[in-house]
Design a protein around this ligand. Sequence first.
Ligand SMILES: Nc1ncnc2c1ncn2[C@@H]1O[C@H](COP(=O)(O)OP(=O)(O)OP(=O)(O)O)[C@@H](O)[C@H]1O
Ligand SMILES: [Mg+2]
Length: 259
Amino acid sequence: MTVLLEGEGLGKSYGGVRALDGVSLRLSAGEVLGLIGPNGAGKTTLVDLLDGAQPADRGSLSIRGRKLTGPPSRRARAGLARTFQHPHLALDLTVRENVLLGAAAPKLAGIGGLVAGLVAGAFRPSGARFDATLHRVADALELGDLRRRCGDLTLGEQRLVEVARALAQEPSVLLLDEPFAGADSGGIAAISAAIRAVRAQGCGIILVDHNVDIVASLVDRIMLLRSGTVVFDGDPAECLASPEMQDVYFGTGGENVVA
Ligand SMILES: Nc1ncnc2c1ncn2[C@@H]1O[C@H](COP(=O)(O)OP(=O)(O)OP(=O)(O)O)[C@@H](O)[C@H]1O
Ligand SMILES: [Mg+2]
């Protein structure tokens, strides 16, 4: 299988907190990697280092064998898309506009951050290609009326728009940070179906979630993080039955409770 994304020895501290301590990972085309672990284990920090939202203190990253560096805009152009644990939508813009900003993100990557921000603020992408992408992801995630203002949506609806915006980038690597949080059963089904569909097209996906049953039903492999280090990396069923899993969540060392 083609290796899409590789990270080696990634580390990050915030002041005195060692959020990530020497994490290595490999993601192949068409693979879904589940990233689980208790609150504060470093899952979001790892996603932030992968997409460039935070600079790594240590370690290196590559995508399809080429060094992956720079801000999120540059990484978007390299094929990376992400969602945020707390949705990052432009609340004054409509569902349609937010999704189209996702479709346009790789195109905006060549220009500087300030200019990109100004362009994005006034941006109204149009054209048949953008429309086709918009309607494809809107149908897949059952977004409903695209003229609604995102600030008027429930958290569950915002979650779907957040995932749709990332899908509209047509990424080769998709990072999903708790995409099911706040979604209702219909939303969970739609997001799960969308994950399976892009996986079948060869996209590599990292899925962060606390619901281990949902994770186990979708992923090919699980990485279990604890206090910034990987304590298990392998088969989902083996992970769930492993002593490491028992210890992290139920053992005396299980310092954090699953949300
Ligand atoms: N921007 C930041 N500034 C300071 N400390 C941070 C920052 N981001 C994360 N941390 C700390 O780094 C550690 C790892 O946090 P992180 O958010 O990556 O964990 P997580 O596994 O995503 O947790 P959760 O399941 O609650 O989302 C925690 O101790 C957290 O408090
Ligand atoms: Mg997190």
